[in-house]
Design a protein around this ligand. Structure first.
Ligand SMILES: N[C@@H](CCC(=O)N[C@@H](CS)C(=O)NCC(=O)O)C(=O)O
Length: 228
């Protein structure tokens, strides 16, 4: 009988920074999934992008990109959900699954504000202070985004951010965001007790702790413009 073909590992492709690749790398690591981490050099990117456009391997012509036996996928949150569904990290009940989606979107709101701080405002000191003040004030118009996350998670009363007893993809996305954000706004969680305690829980998870101390060179760069 012919031997079964060797199962191929999932492949993550992203630049040599944390950015939007990091939640996917952290999710796979914490879930114990063996994967290939293809770190894409910025210099090589134009050629890879052109190939991805030509052969469809980069559906939206950007990174992160992910491939496994199910297909080739782009869009960070879609990839996270795909991984979460396959490995039991998207919630166990309908309510939990919707809560995971809800928190992924709410984390994305904070990420978009953070990306503005990084790419538009260059993490200038006054802008970091303004970001922290705006997003920790629950009543701030178009703000309060961190306070809302804190309060909603606290209200659900779970161990993890979407009210679950196990970590989900919402935790991985949020963990990477706050890990990055605290570098430029170190006091931002001082008024957010649920999130502050949760972040320590995430940092103490053995696979995450091993990953962040493993000395991966790409982790020394957070964003594509060198800020943050
Ligand atoms: N909505 C996409 C955005 C992806 C994105 O903005 N990728 C950037 C890096 S973070 C990129 O590939 N830039 C290079 C290019 O567009 O050529 C996602 O969440 O995955």
């Amino acid at each position: 009988m012919a031997a079964a073909p060797a199962a191929t590992k999932p492949v993550v492709r992203y630049f040599a920074i944390r950015g939007k690749g990091e939640p996917i790398r952290v999710a796979l690591t914490d879930l114990g999934v063996d994967f290939e981490n293809h770190v894409v050099d910025f210099a090589a990117w134009p050629k890879i992008k052109a190939e991805g456009i030509a052969d469809g391997s980069l559906p939206f012509t950007q990174l992160p990109a992910y491939a496994d036996e199910d297909g080739k996928f782009g869009q960070m949150n879609a990839i996270l959900r795909h991984i979460g569904r396959k490995h039991g990290a998207c919630g166990a009940t309908e309510a939990e699954m919707t809560q995971v989606d809800m928190f992924l979107e709410a984390v994305e709101d904070v990420r978009q504000a953070y990306l503005k701080l990084v790419y538009t405002e260059g993490c200038e000191e006054g802008k970091c202070a303004e970001f922290a003040a705006t997003h920790t004030d629950a009543s701030a118009r178009n703000g309060g985004k961190i306070a809302h996350l804190n309060n909603a998670a606290a209200r659900l009363g779970g161990k993890f951010i979407a009210g679950t007893t196990e970590a989900t993809v919402a935790d991985y996305s949020a963990f990477c965001l706050f890990d990055d954000l605290l570098r430029v706004c170190p006091a931002v969680l001082e008024s957010q007790p649920w999130l502050a305690a949760w972040l320590e829980t995430m940092r103490a998870r053995p696979r995450i702790a091993a990953y962040v101390t493993a000395g991966h060179e790409y982790r020394t760069r957070v964003n594509g413009n060198g800020k943050g």
